[in-house]
Design a protein around this ligand. Structure first.
Ligand SMILES: O=C(CO)[C@H](O)[C@H](O)COP(=O)(O)O
Length: 432
C-alpha cells in the first residue's frame, strides 16, 4: 500500500446482488478502490455474491465482511475460494478463532482484517490480534450504534498512533467527516451508506476521493447522524411515513385530520386533558408553552369546540408550532388564513365554556398512542406521529436511513424505467 494513497473501500450492504452490482460499478467509476461484500449481502446471497463480483471485477480487491466469530478456518477458506482477497474476523472473536483465520488466510492466500466494534479493553485486544498476525484492523461503529450518535472517531487517533498494522475505519463515514478519519491516521476508509444510498454512487465515491485528496469537507445534507440539538431540523426533512418505517412500522395517531394539510407540524408536546368543550386549560396552556411547542389537547373526542381564532392568534404570538385536538375546533377559515398547523377530530361552530377543569402536562392517550409532555409531534398530509423524547435521535436517524434508501430506489425505478417489484426483487422476498 502506498503511504500517500488512502484506500476507499465501498461497503455493499445490500440484500440483493443486482443492486450491489449497480452501486459497485458506479462507485468504481467514481474512484473507489476496494469493494466490500457486506455482511447482509453475504447472508442473503452466500459466497455466490463474492463469485459474481469477482466475475465482474476481475482485478478489484474484494473484501468479504464475514464478521467471523468462530470456525475461522472454514469461513476464511470459503471466502478465499469464492474469490475474496481479504476476509473479516471480529476483533473480539476467541484468540483461537483469530489464529485459525490467519493460518487459513496464509494457506489460501487471503489477508485477514480484525474488526473492532464497541470493544472493551481495545488496546489489549488489538495487541492480541496483532500477535496472531492479522493484516489489518478496523475501528468500526455499528450502524445501530450510529443511530444514537456514536462515531468511531473518539478512539481512532489513539489506535492509529499505537497500532502496528494498517488501520481501517468504518461507521457513518461521509464526505464531511472522511477528513477526520484521514487526519486521525486511517489508511483505509470504509464507506457504506454515503455511497450505497446515494442517488448517484459515482458522484458520491468521487466526493469521497476529492475530500481525501484535498483534505476538505464536502458538505452533504444526507448520510449524517443527527444529534439531539439537530432533531427539529432533521424532522423537517422526514415524512411521517419515514418516521413510522424507521421505528419498525410504528403506529400513528389516527382519527384526527389536518385543517391545513399542506403545512407540516413539528414540535414538542405541551399536553392538556380537559372536559368536552372546556377551553380554559387549553388557553392557559398557550401561556405555559414555549416557542416551538405543540399543544396537544384531549377533550374527550367530542364537541363543543375548545379552540378557535383568538386562541390561534395567541399561539402564533408565542411562536408555537401547532395544535392537536382530540375534540373539536372552530374558525377553521382563519386557521387556514393564518397558516397555523392544526389537527383535529371535529370541526363545529359552537364553543364550550371555560370551566377550568382538567390538567396541563399530564400523560395522554389518543387512539392508543401515549403522548407525554415533551414528546415530539410530527404531522403531515399522511397523519400524525408521536415520538417519545428519549427516542428522538434514534427515530430521526433510522427515519433518515429509510428516506435515503428510498431516494436511491426511486432513482433506480425512474432511470431504468422499472418498477418497485423488479428493482427490489420483491418476489424473492415474499413470505414462503
Ligand atoms: O459493516 C458494516 C455494518 O456492520 C458497514 O458496512 C459499515 O458500517 C459501513 O457502512 P456505513 O458507512 O453505512 O456505516
Amino acid at each position: 500500500m502506498s503511504e500517500k494513497h488512502t484506500i476507499i473501500q465501498v461497503a455493499l450492504d445490500f440484500v440483493d446482488i443486482h443492486r450491489a452490482i449497480k452501486v459497485a460499478s458506479e462507485a468504481i467509476e467514481g474512484g473507489a478502490d476496494w469493494l466490500e461484500i457486506g455482511t447482509p449481502l453475504i447472508k442473503s446471497e452466500g459466497m455466490n455474491a463474492i463469485r459474481r463480483l469477482r466475475e465482474i471485477f476481475p482485478d478489484t480487491m474484494l473484501v468479504a465482511d464475514m464478521k467471523t466469530m468462530d470456525a475461522g478456518r472454514v469461513e476464511m477458506e470459503m471466502a478465499a475460494k469464492a474469490g475474496a482477497n481479504i476476509a473479516v474476523v471480529m476483533g473480539n472473536a476467541p484468540g483461537a478463532t483469530i489464529r485459525e483465520c490467519v493460518l487459513a488466510g496464509k494457506n489460501y492466500g487471503i489477508k485477514v482484517c480484525a474488526d473492532f466494534m464497541d470493544t472493551d479493553a481495545i488496546d489489549e485486544r488489538i495487541g492480541i490480534v496483532e500477535k496472531c498476525g492479522v493484516d489489518y484492523i478496523s475501528i468500526h461503529t455499528a450502524i445501530d450504534d450510529q443511530m444514537s450518535g456514536k462515531t468511531p472517531f473518539n478512539v481512532l487517533r489513539h489506535i492509529c498512533e499505537n497500532a502496528h498494522t494498517p488501520v481501517a475505519v468504518a461507521g457513518g463515514i461521509n464526505s464531511e467527516n472522511v477528513v477526520d478519519a484521514i487526519n486521525a491516521g486511517a489508511q483505509i476508509v470504509i464507506v457504506g451508506g454515503y455511497i450505497s444510498k446515494s442517488e448517484n454512487a459515482r458522484d458520491a465515491a468521487n466526493n469521497i476521493r476529492q475530500a481525501v485528496k484535498e483534505n476538505r469537507r464536502i458538505q452533504t445534507g444526507f448520510f449524517k447522524r443527527v444529534t439531539r440539538e439537530d432533531v427539529r431540523n432533521a424532522f423537517m426533512k422526514l415524512s411521517t411515513a419515514n418516521i413510522s418505517d424507521g421505528r419498525h412500522r410504528a403506529k400513528s395517531i389516527v382519527g384526527l385530520y389536518p385543517v391545513n394539510p399542506s403545512i407540516k407540524l413539528i414540535g414538542t408536546a405541551v399536553t392538556v386533558r380537559t372536559y368536552p368543550g372546556d377551553w380554559a386549560k387549553p388557553v392557559e396552556a398557550i401561556d405555559i408553552a414555549k416557542e416551538g411547542d405543540v399543544i396537544v389537547i384531549d377533550a374527550g373526542g367530542t364537541g363543543p369546540a375548545v379552540w378557535g381564532e383568538l386562541a390561534t392568534h395567541s399561539a402564533i404570538q408565542k411562536k408555537l408550532s401547532g395544535l392537536v385536538v382530540y375534540g373539536a375546533v372552530r374558525d377553521t377559515a382563519e386557521m387556514k388564513q393564518l397558516n397555523f398547523p392544526v389537527y383535529t377530530k371535529l370541526v363545529m361552530p359552537d364553543a364550550g365554556e371555560p370551566k377550568g377543569l382538567g390538567e396541563i402536562n399530564v400523560p395522554l392517550n389518543i387512539s392508543g398512542i401515549q403522548i407525554m409532555p415533551g414528546d415530539w409531534i410530527i404531522g403531515d398530509e399522511d397523519g400524525l406521529m408521536a415520538v417519545p423524547q428519549a427516542e428522538s435521535e434514534i427515530s430521526v436517524n433510522y427515519g433518515m436511513d429509510c428516506l435515503e434508501k428510498e431516494n436511491r430506489i426511486r432513482k433506480e425505478i425512474l432511470s431504468e424505467k422499472s418498477s418497485l417489484g423488479r428493482v427490489t426483487d420483491l418476489l424473492k422476498w415474499e413470505k414462503k
